[in-house]
Design a binder for this molecule. Structure first.
Ligand code: PLP
Length: 461
């Protein structure tokens, strides 16, 4: 029985570059196909898989496809998928040492790998999470836990205008009012403007508020910009502010010598979010939070109710359930550990270096094809647009239409963002299967579609 699923997955992974990327269907269509009460009696897996093949798989996109270049994609290797399968099949309970000591040990090892890649000190501890959003939230909870209850209404969080939305969500969840969040200006390269930050901190102190936490970007989602991390670390040290870095997308660039230089200062964070399910080729879901003073994690989260008395760890044991909000948690470290053992770190280094080069190559190919670059390759993101003659709104609309036309082709998948208020199209390279030929194909496709749409866009002006 299992063979049916294994065969499907192996076939899927080995043919992925030649498959259409996929599409979405209307809610009405999917309701018609899939709405039903749970069947009272079971049926053969064959029959159920036939429905998976006909109704589910074709109506979803393959974000691991080498020409899926929107958002921040994810593209696991077979080794990491196998690690995930082993994890699900064994159903280890990776919450407490008593039940899964070796799983906790592997998680400790994997966290230390990440710590060492970033160059953080031995005091660093961490937790593997569902993703970057949970890691960012966990960081804010840990940092907030240090604050006296009486003053919590006066603490202020700073983040650049380019922060990821999970920061806003986390700020809300930890109970900050909008008046306690400052959005700092950015410079021409979309990096946090340190002078504006200094001004805002001084203004807040003068008003009797308590500057508390700064979120720096180690690779923004929109443009791949890296904030001046060393300057931010200096300022946070001088001002006594907690420095949290969001490296969910960009952190893996430390595996490349040039990327490491771009991320100089990352090792000085009080806490940092990383997403192995982005650029470390792991299947969803695996994020990670590292905290410079690792003892703060259990200090924030550990609770020992009566029914868990037996699970109290010895001094040198770690209950990862004490490091964040989840008690029951899967053995996420296994897929990283297994794929690192099978492929070796060099494979991951080369993938990062290749993706950085692909972004630079894409920038050149876009210029040659007549696209306007709005943000040059930064880490592995490049932003651009088709330059139509016409009013701003019409050009914005035409570029949104272009992205939609690319998606409809199912040959490639791209999406938009805004840069300086204008619609920009965006390519993000993290996929180990994406090649130069894929870049040429996507750029060629966009050029052809943009030319076809040109007359349309102008006609609607
Ligand atoms: C910079 C950044 N931070 C946080 C996140 C959220 O991570 P996740 O989607 O894993 O929750 C993302 C997702 O793209 C991101 O790019």
């Amino acid at each position: 029985m299992a063979g049916l699923v294994v065969e499907r997955v192996l076939h899927h992974l080995s043919t992925l570059p030649d498959q259409p990327i996929g599409r979405y269907a209307s809610r009405a269509t999917l309701e018609g196909m899939l709405r039903e009460p749970p069947p009272e009696q079971g049926q053969s897996l064959d029959a159920v898989l036939a429905r998976f093949d006909a109704q589910i798989a074709p109506n979803a996109c393959h974000v691991s496809h080498p020409r899926f270049l929107a958002f921040v994609p994810g593209a696991p290797t077979l080794a990491s998928v196998l690690g995930d399968w082993l994890c699900a099949g064994h159903n280890f309970f990776a919450g407490v040492w008593l039940e899964s000591s070796a799983c906790a040990q592997v998680e400790l090892v994997v966290l230390d790998w990440f710590r060492d890649m970033l160059g953080m000190p031995a005091s660093t501890g961490g937790i593997l999470t569902s993703g970057g959003s949970e890691a960012n939230l966990t960081a804010l909870v840990v940092a907030r836990d240090r604050l006296p209850f009486a003053d919590r209404g006066r603490f202020v969080l700073y983040a650049s205008r380019e922060r990821h939305s999970s920061i806003d969500r986390a700020a809300n969840v930890v109970g900050l009012s909008p008046a306690q969040v400052r959005l700092v200006e950015i410079d021409a390269a979309h990096r946090l403007d340190v002078a504006d930050l200094r001004r805002r901190i001084a203004t807040d102190r003068a008003a009797g508020l308590l500057p508390w936490l700064l979120v720096g970007n180690a690779g923004t989602t929109s443009t791949g910009a890296v904030d001046p991390l060393g300057d931010l670390a200096d300022l946070c040290r001088d001002e006594g502010i907690w420095l949290h870095l969001d490296g969910a997308y960009g952190w893996a660039a430390v595996l490349d010598p040039e990327g490491r230089r771009t991320l100089a200062g990352v090792e000085r964070a009080d806490s940092i979010t990383l997403d192995p399910h982005k650029w470390l080729a792991q299947p969803f879901e695996i994020g990670c939070l590292l905290v410079r003073d690792g003892s703060l994690l259990p200090a924030t989260f550990a609770i020992r109710p009566d029914y868990l008395l037996d699970t109290a760890p010895e001094i040198d044991q770690v209950n990862f359930a004490d490091h964040s909000i989840a008690l029951t948690r899967r053995f996420r470290a296994l897929k990283v550990w297994l794929s690192m053992q099978v492929l070796g770190l060099t494979w991951f280094r080369q993938n990062v270096t290749r993706c950085l080069a692909l972004a630079r190559y894409a920038e050149g190919a876009l210029v040659r094809a007549g696209f306007e670059i709005l943000s040059p390759a930064s880490l592995s993101v490049v932003c651009f647009r088709a330059a139509y003659a016409g009013a701003d709104a019409a050009v914005d609309r035409a570029n949104l239409d272009l992205a939609e036309a690319v998606r409809r082709s199912q040959e490639a998948f791209i999406a938009s963002t805004r840069i300086g208020g204008r619609v920009a199209l965006r390519l993000c390279f993290v996929n180990w299967q994406t090649t130069v030929a894929d870049v040429d194909r996507v750029v060629g496709l966009m050029r052809r579609l943009a030319d076809e749409m040109k007359s349309d866009a102008l006609a609607r002006e």
